[in-house]
Write a protein that binds this ligand. Structure first.
Ligand code: PMP
Length: 412
């Protein structure tokens, strides 16, 4: 069925689902262009959070009483929702964490401790978020291993040939962002994975940005790990997901020790729970996970193709309009990108632009976006980043361009 034949909501209906989009900042209607940092929550997720906390809350996994049993059931149901969302083959491959950062650290410690030896090599790229750099650096320091970073070209793309030529018999891991949070580039991860697999290299994808912009099928991708955060998927903060192939997770030792991750404990010896419980020590963010379930249900209520179509329209329109501003340079001009615009304007400082845009109700992010090596590579201190989502509109882009034009003229 063609997209136009599907009776599904339009952007004006979507906007009504997100209460914050109706609010004002400094007396101006909010234009929320900071989705790369955190997406907003639909009313159903906010309602679920409130309802669960006020009527159904109890700790999970260890109670015999009704509230605990039903909270456990709801919590475990979300694990299945996440499994289906990313097309994992079993819910046991879904580990709940506190966020992408924690998911990556889990792999760097648990998998890294057992699989990385002195002299081994880990490949990352210059466009990684600090969360996909620092845990590997720390691992390399602990083990005496080597961290290599692939370069990024002028328009913000990686080079597959550089990857091929960086591989040696000591290369053990490729840790790669699916989509760059700064440049918006959608990396050809499938091709990277194919090359990695033919060289017996384990692959971790940082899916923090991709999860809200693309349909993810971890089986089709054949990655070993996929990490993302609920707060970038229209859900709450403090919840993350680590997908891992069960065969790999099963061989990994636990990371944090404590309640919930054990089978039996004696003072002499502890035996551990099965995957994924062995990675989930302590009380998790129960309300957060359950509210994430509401966000996923909301996203499943309409076709993802419609969201993607809206986003590609915004990308096309935003690029044309931004280029009308004299002296503006966009960082990240790959043909394969999401509607994230990083830019600088000659003769102005990004901080001043950010503050002036804010006064006009427009929320953008300025700085290095936790990608300092990338900023160093482009020899800039930081950029202004407008990161859009499916609930943004062309009218908002018009408001943004008008406010940007005004700010630039004022500063020049
Ligand atoms: N990776 C990427 C690509 C990101 O955009 C972010 C968040 N900006 C992270 C990792 C870290 O996510 P979190 O702070 O939720 O752990």
């Amino acid at each position: 069925m063609a997209i136009k034949d599907i009776k599904e909501p339009s952007v004006s209906q979507w906007r009504k689902d997100f209460p914050i989009l109706q609010s004002s900042v400094h007396g101006k209607p909010l234009v929320y262009f900071d989705n790369g940092a955190s997406t907003q929550k639909p009313a159903c997720t906010i309602k679920k959070l409130k309802e669960f906390d006020s009527q159904s809350y109890a700790n999970i996994h260890r109670g015999v009483h009704e509230l605990s049993a039903s909270a456990t059931e709801e919590y475990e149901e979300v694990r299945k929702q996440v499994q289906h969302l990313i097309h994992a083959s079993s819910e046991k491959e879904i580990v709940f964490t506190r966020g992408t950062t924690e998911s990556i650290n889990l792999v760097a410690y648990s998998w890294g401790e057992t699989n990385i030896k002195q002299g081994d090599e880990i490949i990352i790229t210059l466009m990684e978020h600090h969360s996909n750099i620092v845990p590997w650096q720390m691992l390399c320091e602990r083990k005496g291993a080597v961290l290599k970073a692939l370069s990024v070209n002028e328009i913000g793309e990686l080079d597959l040939d550089e990857f091929k030529s960086s591989i040696t018999p000591r290369t053990k891991l490729l840790a790669l962002t699916h989509i760059s949070n700064t440049l918006g580039t959608i990396n050809p991860v499938q091709k990277f994975i194919e090359i990695a697999k033919s060289n017996h290299i384990t692959v971790l994808l940082d899916g923090a940005q991709a999860i809200s912009h693309k349909e993810i099928d971890v089986q089709e991708l054949d990655c070993d790990f996929y990490a993302f955060s609920a707060h970038k998927l229209f859900g709450p903060t403090g919840v993350g997901i680590l997908y891992g192939k069960k065969s790999i997770l099963d061989l990994m030792p636990p990371w944090h020790g404590g309640g919930d991750m054990i089978k039996n404990v004696s003072i002499e010896k502890t035996t551990y729970a099965e995957t994924p419980s062995k990675f989930e020590a302590g009380t998790p963010n129960i309300s957060g996970v359950i509210a994430l379930g509401a966000s996923i249900k909301y996203l499943n209520s309409f076709n993802i193709q419609l969201r993607m179509k809206q986003e590609s329209d915004l990308l096309e329109y935003g690029t044309i309009r931004l280029k009308e501003i004299k002296g503006l340079k966009i960082y990240g001009e790959s043909k394969h990108k999401i509607c994230t615009f990083s830019f600088l304007v000659d003769g102005t400082h990004p901080y001043d632009i950010g503050v002036l845009l804010d006064k006009q109700g427009i929320a953008v992010r300025i700085g290095n976006h936790c990608t300092e090596p990338l900023m160093t590579h482009y020899n800039v201190p930081g950029t202004i980043r407008a990161s859009l989502s499916f609930y943004n509109t062309k009218e908002e882009i018009d408001q943004f361009i008008k406010a940007l034009d005004f700010s630039v003229n004022m500063l020049r």
